[in-house]
Design a protein around this ligand. Structure first.
Ligand code: PLP
Length: 422
């Protein structure tokens, strides 16, 4: 009936929504749910950014399709502190980076190369657009990272232009890439007619504040995306950014044309408020410092708990996810008639009240016992308050966070006890 019914047939109901619905149902039944499923920032939007939104609520005019010039300028300046040379003309503002990535895939005639596991929306976007795409498999043993040799092989197999979609710090694995790894990947892309879409939406949440953009090593072929959703706690504000290199002006123009015929521009008050978010002053730097150290502390606590329970899991480096592989429990799980990651997550929710997302939602084989755990089920405002009161400490200890993390700790215990009993 619809024009894209055929493509949509291959896209299931979002696993995030499914787990949310199952969690809600459980709560309605009066049962507790430890919500490690949904990946939303726990932190409030900084007050000064919210005040700016109030100040500019009267702004009612359409803005330029590419975005408000002052905002593009603030974003360009914030990148110039990070080894990447960006001018305001390189910056595009969209209603979420998701939309900008979709339009990028729409205007490029290419094969998308998507590491597996990867964020849930890249593949459906390729499917909707009838874009050729191919997964690059990784494993726990490779720390869920792609290798240069594997990438080179894939690039050579595919004719024409390619687009490597690289996301780090990663959703769902929490890992990042070192400078030398990025340089090696960049060199392969440059030699093999491959552009890079570098999804850096978690860059400001690199736990050691040590994010490097791959654009440094391949400036002419790297398109960066980011936005307010994760580091600024403003997913619902729907403001994403794309940074295009100078030599891809024709691609940039095509994106602008599609934007002009679809969303027109991002809401004006939101764009004015975002200027304050991208001014790297003491308020924002302080907010980020505390966000990072809280996430690092909680991420490491969950990592230790899972490792002690013999799950195979990588130490988190950024963002707020872990991607445990429960294959050490293969036999026990199968003996309980749990044969794939979806059944694993359903049973875990039913028995232990723990909501995780199955690895299959992130492009992993269904029979692999992997899942994504988002360690965001704590009160972000309270955590910031506690952390700001402990400025003299180099690092936070999980006990410093006291009651703020009590439900999270109970959730981890519930998960670990379930594994022990299975
Ligand atoms: N990329 C990754 C890896 C994400 O996790 C998300 C959001 O969950 C997005 C992109 C989309 O972000 P936005 O809110 O800017 O559309």
């Amino acid at each position: 009936m619809t024009k894209i019914a055929h493509q949509l047939r291959n896209i299931g109901k979002s696993p995030t929504l499914q787990i949310n619905e199952a969690s809600l149902k459980r709560e309605e039944e009066g049962k507790s749910v430890y919500k490690f499923g949904f990946g939303q920032s726990p932190f409030p939007i900084p007050d000064k950014v919210v005040s700016e939104l109030k100040n500019y609520a009267h702004e009612k005019s359409y803005l330029p399709v590419e975005g408000l010039h002052k905002l593009r300028e603030a974003i360009a300046n914030s990148y110039n502190n990070e080894d990447v040379s960006v001018s305001p003309d390189n910056v595009l503002i969209g209603p979420g980076s998701k939309e900008l990535m979709f339009i990028l895939q729409m205007v490029l005639d290419c094969t998308a190369i998507i590491p597996s596991p990867s964020w849930v929306s890249y593949e459906p976007q390729s499917i909707i657009l009838k874009q050729n795409y191919s997964f690059l498999d990784t494993s726990y043993n490779s720390s869920w990272k792609i290798s240069p040799a594997q990438l080179e092989k894939k690039c050579r197999e595919r004719k024409g232009l390619k687009l490597l979609i690289l996301n780090y710090p990663s959703n769902p694995t929490g890992i990042s890439y070192s400078s030398s790894e990025l340089e090696a990947i960049a060199n392969i892309c440059r030699k093999n007619n491959t552009l890079i879409l570098s999804d850096e939406i978690y860059s400001r949440l690199h736990h050691k504040n040590n994010h490097k953009s791959i654009s440094k090593y391949f400036p002419e072929g790297t398109i960066i995306t980011s936005g307010l959703s994760k580091w600024c706690g403003a997913g619902g504000w729907r403001l994403g950014i794309m940074i295009m290199p100078n030599n891809l002006k024709s691609v940039q123009n095509s994106i602008t044309k599609v934007s002009s015929e679809t969303f027109s521009c991002v809401s004006s008050p939101i764009q004015y408020a975002a200027i304050a978010a991208y001014h790297n002053d003491d308020i924002i730097n302080d907010y980020l410092l505390h966000s990072r150290r809280i996430l690092s502390c909680i991420g490491n606590y969950c990592y230790q708990a899972l490792s002690n329970a013999e799950a195979r899991v990588c130490e988190p480096e950024g963002g707020f996810y872990l991607f445990p592989d429960f294959s050490n429990y293969n036999d026990n799980l199968k003996s309980k008639n749990i044969n794939n990651s979806e059944q694993l997550c359903k049973k875990l929710l039913k028995d232990a009240g723990v909501a995780l997302l199955p690895g299959s939602a992130f492009g992993r084989p269904s029979n692999e016992f992997t899942a994504r755990l988002a360690y965001v089920n704590f009160n972000g405002s309270e955590a910031l308050r506690v952390s700001k009161g402990l400025v003299d400490k180099d690092q936070l200890n999980i006990d410093d966070l006291g009651d703020v993390v009590a439900p999270l700790k109970s959730g981890m215990s519930s998960l670990v006890n379930w594994l022990k009993l299975i």
